[in-house]
Design a protein. Structure first.
Length: 248
């Protein structure tokens, strides 16, 4: 591998927006670290598609709610590829539970994967991105954090925290030439399990003016732009991609 080949970690990249993001970055020449907690088969398929796009990929399974495993993920990326330029914090856990029925364990599960995981990965990745001369961290938010929804107190709080994390890191890491932004998807056509609310969970979100759900590629395209040389003057921003469902 050329020393000039840039490297990206995309958490939660076994399916959906994560897989689409990995493929978009691969088309820009990034080598990709595909990671998921346990979906090894789907993660391997993402890696295969990345290689078919003409770049290299490895799969590393990790529970990023564990700081040691988050560090291990970053160390695996740098150990294999020799550098790190981009971190996309896409991984999240979703549940559809009324506030009255929500347990402390469920609260911690959602916060641990979505918000704690993003912090642990960024904390481990930032020194390596700085060493590479700078780069990008992109966090994935959620429209429900801006409009509210029933049964998602934990998920909404975690996604709202991503916006604060983005602004704080943008300030702290600017001196290392690291940009940090949040992309907030609207209602996207993705595969979701019953625990995440399935299609019912999507029905709680406002309707897009364009009369359809978005596609994972449409979110990935924005992430791809933020990781491109053309976006080096964009940092600390929360960018909504929702078909007009929410206009901040």
């Amino acid at each position: 591998m050329s020393d000039q080949t840039k490297v990206a970690i995309v958490t939660g990249s076994a399916l959906n927006i994560g897989r689409a993001t990995a493929l978009h970055l691969a088309r820009d020449g990034f080598s990709i670290v595909v990671t998921a907690r346990q979906s090894e088969h789907d993660a391997a398929e993402t890696a295969r598609q990345v290689r078919d796009a003409g770049t290299d990929a490895i799969v590393h399974l990790a529970d990023i709610s564990d700081p040691a495993q988050a560090r291990g993920l970053v160390e695996a990326a740098v150990g294999h590829f020799g550098r790190l330029d981009v971190l996309v914090n896409n991984a999240s856990a979703r549940r559809q539970t009324k506030f009255a029925d929500m347990t402390p364990e469920e609260w911690r599960e959602i916060m641990g994967t979505t918000l704690d995981g993003a912090f642990y990965c960024a904390h481990a990745a930032a020194p390596h991105i700085a060493k590479a001369g700078g780069g990008t961290i992109v966090n994935l938010g959620g429209i429900s954090a801006h409009v509210g929804a029933v049964g998602r107190v934990h998920a909404i709080t975690a996604k709202a925290g991503m916006v604060g994390l983005t602004r704080a890191l943008a300030k702290e890491l600017a001196g290392d030439n690291i940009t940090v932004n949040t992309v907030v998807p609207g209602s996207i056509e993705t595969i979701r399990g019953a625990a995440a609310g399935g299609n019912h969970g999507r029905s709680l979100l406002p309707d897009a003016l364009l009369g359809r759900r978005g596609q994972p590629d449409e979110i990935a395209a924005m992430v791809r732009f933020l990781c491109s040389p053309e976006a080096r003057y964009v940092t600390g921003q929360t960018i909504h991609v929702n078909g007009g469902a929410f206009m901040p």
